[in-house]
Design a binder for this molecule. Sequence first.
Ligand code: ADP
Length: 484
Amino acid sequence: MSILSVEKGEAYYRNILKSIKGYAVFTTDKDGIITSWNPGAQNILLYKADEIIGKNGNILYIPEDINARVPDIELATALQDGKAINERFHVKKDQTRFWGSGLVFPLLDDQENHIGFTKIMRNVSDEEQAEVNLREEQTLAQTLVSAFNEPIVVLNSDLKIINFTSAFVQYFSLNKTSITGKDFYEIMDGGVNIEQLHLKLEEALKNENFHTDFEVAYIHTQRGARSVYVKPRRIYQPPNLLFSLEFEDLTENKAVMEEKDVFISVASHEIRTPISVIKAYGQILSRELKDAKPIVTKAVIKINEQISYMSSLITALLDTSKITTGKFEIELEVFDLCNLVKEITEGFRLTQTSHKIIFTQEKNSMVLADKVRTGSVITNLLSNAVKYSPNATEVRVNLDIIDHQVKVSIHDYGMGIPDIEKGKLFQRFGRTESIKKTKIPGTGLGLHLSAEIIKLQGGEIGFTTEVGKGSTFYFTLPLYEGEV
Ligand code: ADP
């Protein structure tokens, strides 16, 4: 993780403040209260230093983003990843809006204690500035790169190398003097699996936010086969697109992760037996409650509920470890997906009263799939739709047949998912920052498992979402058109 220390940070600010006038540079404390303000910030945002120091940095954001907790998420990401991209509409003192592009870094004191944040930003809506900006961008890219010890390379939209850290040349055993301005793929061709890099980078660049991290294989001259994690991050908006790629060697981490998987698998397996026994005794107890005091009845019901929850948690853990070790298996049978959706939605109507579950389509939709596991995907998507829309009163379920595929979509009117968090959802234990701050329970395993189940059955899973309005999660399965 790369975090600017105050010492490094000060040299860094001086450099920026002196050489770049088109940039707002300001600092905040840990809670986002503004603590310093440079002349560039006054130029761009129109507040004088004494008018804004002491105010909450939120006043620079548009209300929609404040409602979606974007400022908090940005600071949390900066703290977690060492930096966060701050690229969105901002509000000037005269309440006009502009598209600001920049970065947020955590600020540490001499003892490496976290004391606040530094933000740098420029107004990218001003076309006249474009030429000046390009030069300044390059200076900034250089300053940014010199502040980090990790292997990082900065590329432009033609994938030419603009800048790089010494760790980058060292890690990939390159010749420092001859790579600036060169084609990135040409330079990387050698140890790195170039087809894989090409495919995954092109895919990542298509993503609006560039937040699609990926892994590539690399044969290091001395250390042999390595697994490298690549984090693409946009630095500037088009037309002068610049972006950085940060590399992290995951080889050792992966070995540790594999050990963890074995541990999870053995532990969950062992816990499963006593849980089944407790569950059986719990059921015996609940049948013998006729003359029991209400408090005893209530306690037994609670125990049974928690045991069921624990048992589904263990199953999810076992399944995820099976996925990572390649031992996850599915059992295919032909069944009507529409009937399954109907059964599950009816079950939901009985067990929860907060939301009306609306499912009206009745279409014959035979599929060849694992009925139990497909059912668990539907249950997961439905319970998320209910769980993450606490203020809504309905959830809509649709079933469509498009191009020989059955598509099940579940639409909620809930909180939605901010762009910056979208990439986490299908990852193992992936939960959004905003959800982690709420009391809504969850493990971040459901969508990961659902995605694997759907992919194994030849289908697709995805979602569309709008912060504050709601989300639609969907999956498809190939329609079974053979004999039944
Ligand atoms: P869990 O709900 O147990 O946390 P999931 O894997 O099912 O795990 O979901 C992962 C994360 O995706 C959730 O923690 C939440 O942050 C986000 N999420 C899933 N479904 C929705 C939804 N319908 N609306 C908003 N966020 C959602």
